[in-house]
Design a protein around this ligand. Structure first.
Ligand code: OSB
Ligand code: MG
Length: 369
């Protein structure tokens, strides 16, 4: 494949409801949809899974667009790409900026799959035809409100409920949910809100039979997490701390976690996601696919990735209707009893609605050199 043109479509999206984590509340966000066009006119799509502020990690939508324009696209465009697995190494000369790299890398995967007329899941040797879906629930005003939300999502069929926690909104909330729903697959995500001084507090979570606690400690830590994992029974899952295959290898070696949340953007692309998946599989460590409140494009990549066999835990891959009034892809993703069918069309398996895209676009730039 040779990419001849890259179009950066920056869109403004408004969530149907605010989403609160320990680091802040999401309401509106800009994302850049990256369209890579090859010599035969095939368009592949990727997405910067960023938000407007650098609170989850150091990247923002602005920094991702900047990196793409000034450093990344020029390393890809007009080069012969034998396989999309090679794109990761073509971009390693730039340090970090994983989400920016991922946006162009995933677009190349889509082009490649479309060119070979196969679904992306098949190109990556995914074996599942359907995936189990979980729901990530933001911090609510009261435990009662959270119980109500969990009830709605359980009713809808979600296979895993993930509750955001933070100091001051933890044990009471989890206690209320567990009392109301003694048997549901339940987990907590702290988004780095605790330190080792909170071990006693975190130990108390052991009584609630949680599937895991996600990223309890610092966003850049794997040492303290190893200490914590020895102190608590609840399995630790890492999100923010894992940016690469090397990070994953070290975390497993240290015993920093027993589960890994893989996000394509955070680790720099689909290729690195596959490598981390394979490493975890070979070490008997389950993985699941995280979410970044993506549009349908990012989520299509997430669904394809989840078709790999070691994604044994339901991911944060709720259908678009949970985030957006109208998505930019067609057809709409639907969920039945907590199950989403892996797309069977070529590439990401969805069409981009150009009219909808234009309506949401606030900035558009075509790059050909
Ligand atoms: O920590 O997994 C996270 C959303 C934005 C940033 C970080 C996270 C999240 C979510 C929501 O938990 C996942 C989703 O529904 O897309
Ligand atoms: Mg998380």
């Amino acid at each position: 494949v040779q990419i001849k043109e890259v179009v950066l479509h920056t869109v403004k999206m408004k969530l149907i409801a605010p989403f609160t984590t320990s680091f802040g509340t999401f309401q509106e966000k800009h994302v850049c949809l990256v369209e890579a066009i090859d010599e035969s006119g095939i368009s592949g799509w990727g997405e910067t899974t960023t938000s407007d502020e650098p609170y989850y990690n150091e990247e923002t939508t602005h920094t991702a667009v900047y990196m793409l324009k000034d450093f990344l696209i020029s390393r890809i465009i007009h080069k012969t790409i034998e396989h999309p697995l090679d794109v990761h190494d073509m971009l390693t000369f730039v340090r970090r900026n994983q989400i920016a790299k991922s946006a162009i890398e995933t677009a190349v995967w889509d082009v490649f799959a479309k060119k070979n007329n196969v679904p992306l899941s098949e190109l990556i040797d995914g074996t599942k035809t359907e995936i189990e879906v979980g729901k990530s629930i933001g911090i609510q005003a009261t435990p009662e409100k959270l119980v109500e939300k969990v009830g709605e999502y359980v009713e809808e069929g979600f296979r895993k409920l993930k509750v955001k926690i933070a100091p001051g909104a933890d044990l009471d909330y989890i206690d209320a949910v567990r009392k109301a729903f003694p048997d549901i697959p339940l987990m907590a995500d702290a988004n780095s809100a605790y330190t080792l001084n909170d071990v006693d507090q975190l130990k108390q979570l052991d009584q609630y039979n949680l599937m895991m606690i996600e990223q309890p400690l610092a966003h850049d830590d794997i040492i303290d997490h190893a200490t914590l994992q020895k102190e608590i029974q609840t399995p630790v899952c890492l999100d923010e701390s894992i940016h690469s295959l090397e990070d994953a290898r070290k975390a497993l070696q240290l015993g920093s976690c027993r589960i890994i949340n893989i996000k394509i953007g955070r680790v720099g692309g689909l290729g690195e996601s596959i490598r981390i998946h394979d490493l975890c599989r070979d070490n008997g460590v389950p993985v699941w696919c995280g979410g970044m409140l993506e549009t349908g494009i990012g989520r299509a990549h997430n669904i394809a990735l989840t078709s790999l066999s070691n994604f044994t835990i339901p991911g944060d891959t709720a259908p678009s209707s949970h985030y957006w009034d109208e998505d930019i892809i067609e057809p709409e993703v639907t969920m039945d009893h907590g199950i989403i069918q892996v797309q069977t069309g070529p590439g990401i398996g969805f069409d981009v609605n150009r009219e909808k895209l234009e309506q949401l676009t606030v900035e558009k730039e075509s790059i050909t050199t």
